[in-house]
Design a protein around this ligand. Sequence first.
Ligand code: BJ8
Length: 382
Amino acid sequence: MKINLQDMFEEFAEARRNGFLIVKDVKESGNNIVGTFCTYTPKELIYAAGAYPVSLCSISESTIPEAEKHLPKNLCPLIKSSYGHALKESCPYMYFSDFIVGETTCDGKKKMYELLGEIKDTYIMQLPQDQDNKYGKLMWEEEMYRFKNKLEQKFNVVITDDNVRDAIVFCNEERKVLKEFYSLGKLVPPPISGYDMNTILNGVIYTFDKKIQNEKLRIITEQLREVHRNGESKIPVTAPRILITGCPMGGVADKVIKQLENVGAVVVTYENCGGAKNLAHLVDEKESPMKALADKYLSIPCSVMSPNKGRESLLKELIEDYHVDGVIEIVLQACHTYAVETRSIGEIMKSLSTPFISLETDYSTTDTGQLRTRLEAFVEML
Ligand code: BJ8
């Protein structure tokens, strides 16, 4: 079956807005919904409880002034935006969630969750911050059981090991399909722009029917491979190939990715959440399911971990596999963990002779021009 790729990109771009209506239907059909904020959430357990995980709104600048009535101005925009939505009751996904699950990741987020708990039932998983320590691993596995109990009590269900195994297979299938899709960035030239790729990776967060999503993504991937085989990619073979790393991009995609591609580069891979950081590794289907979940999620290389060596090795792997010419790091204002890692990531890039810049930004449009100038200068240098 041939599909119109542009229509498909638009469908994924609209997924968040359309998802507003779908989440209402899902809820009104008697389903349970759990709101999530972070990649560390073991969504398999939510599916195993017969519920749907849904990502909560966190990319709009419009809710930040409201949030700043309770939170300090000097806080990451993602945290303020999320909390502002809760105060303004403007995130339908939150509205229809039976409860919210958060993790003790960065300081700002975990303290915001305390305030969020005054507005909505908020459950916190205690995330250890050392991935290699055996006590940390045991603690995180224990947290999996604690979360499972919460789901069982809240939804009056029993979650068996088989339920969890089925959910692991189900979520792994989505990861495999997404990985096949984003691996198109390895092709030279890539058959899809980084902006369209990001749109799809973002759109899937708000898509409830994963079977249909997987089918569509398989078709898109195959069609884009054909575009490449036929030499029909609109991206010039000479376009500098960029890897994006750092904080989540949702709130700044237009002013970073769009502008970067407008000045002649192409984003071929995303290391940040939504990209390889989350999707690169599957949950082990042969391991005992709760331990497998604990192992997979604790290994996510986010800067809240100390140390966070996994980010360095993932970056090295991606730079090689995607023939990367330059690396751009996005640091959301007041994100201390990523800001501190900038130095070590910069050193690694130097050792690999890979050009690197780190851009600090927020959700406003005030630095759009300044960012364009910096992106232009970076691309010219490549
Ligand atoms: S796994 S990146 S989604 S924590 S940008 S709120 S770290 S101050 S969003 Fe994140 Fe999970 Fe990590 Fe991914 Fe804090 Fe930084 Fe803000 Fe952040």
